[in-house]
Unconditional design. Structure first.
Length: 114
């Protein structure tokens, strides 16, 4: 699971919620996004996961696998959490861009190890 996939999961959830609420913008999600940001900033995994599970429970979407990797891992909790929230706020790129970004990140990491 990568940051890009978590961001895309947030974006898919955003689309599903906005469709269900028949909303054109994310005003209806602003309070929830602030709660997620607050839980993330104080590293409260329980609160963050509680909110995310409630959001997914209101849709037919399956939860992203990345949430499992976040539990008990402070670095992934922060990295994946912020990526997910960015997706909820509307950050998204075409799948072609995502693949090229993942490839670039892999190449950058392999270059750092040398």
């Amino acid at each position: 699971m990568s940051r890009i996939k978590m961001r895309d999961a947030g974006y898919k959830l955003r689309k599903e919620i906005l469709l269900a609420k028949k909303a054109e913008n994310d005003e209806c999600m602003r309070g929830t996004i602030y709660q997620l940001l607050n839980a993330l900033s104080v590293r409260n995994e329980g609160k963050f996961m509680d909110i995310v599970i409630r959001l997914y429970s209101s849709t037919k979407l399956p939860m992203a696998d990345g949430f499992v990797y976040m539990l008990g891992n402070k670095e992934k909790f922060s990295e994946y959490g912020y990526s997910f929230i960015l997706g909820l706020k509307g950050s998204y790129t075409d799948s072609k861009d995502s693949k090229s970004e993942d490839t670039k990140q892999s190449q950058d990491k392999s270059g750092e190890e040398n």
